[in-house]
Design a protein around this ligand. Sequence first.
Ligand code: NAD
Length: 240
Amino acid sequence: MEAEKQLKQWIEESSNIVFFGGAGVSTESGIPDFRSQDGLYHQQYDYPPEQILSHTFYMKNPEEFYRFYRNKMLAPGAKPNKAHLALAKLEREGRLKAVITQNIDGLHQAAGSREVLELHGSVHRNHCLRCGKFYGLEAIENSSGIPRCSCGGMIKPDVVLYEEGLDMDVLNRAVGYISRADLLIVGGTSLTVYPAAGLIDYYRGHKLVLINRDATALDSRADLVISGKIGEVLGEACGL
Ligand code: NAD
């Protein structure tokens, strides 16, 4: 309880909060993460998820990629939870400057957050590999098999697959926000996916808070570790 009180106080004192999160931010909205007990990596498929979600696999076996992607990566009807809502509230109050996320589900924007840096892209943006035409999420949801452009080209989601690089502009902006933050809240991430996890190295302050259900490899670096569900913890800290 002491730790939760400390978090609340730091939030109230701060006008330059940055949040950095991962899949655990959306589990309370019903979207599974990758690495915890009931996460995707513990379920059985013909191939491991990191192989299916790789660039090579997408190019060689798009039909199977899209079967997995539609079943496991899209979450129709998912709604923002208290974690998303609390962060949007902090931004409205002028305390929080940016949400940096590894998630691709668009739930921060659905909650009302405006400055959202999506390190790994978004399921809401898709492009034709041949002519570059843009498609929204409905083009994937309302098609079956391999979604095709009106020109016949294959449509690819703008999500960063394994073997693909991150958008340097987004990454640089994330570094800027983190290096200027006075309070950095990191939550719902196992901090094992690089280069995203390396971002916390750019933080120069003394209020690094980690909120996660399970321990992470970087707990010892934090000034405050809160073990719990992020929706409950942030909801409580922000009076939701
Ligand atoms: P991860 O699956 O590796 O780890 C999730 C972490 O969140 C775990 O440590 C778990 O203990 C914790 N967690 C789960 N539920 C929580 C809760 N309610 N409160 C607090 N902590 C909770 O996730 P990652 O580090 O983000 O990396 C996985 C990669 O997979 C990301 O790069 C992301 O792009 C992608 N991914 C995205 C989504 C999404 O968009 N919702 C979902 C799954 C995976």
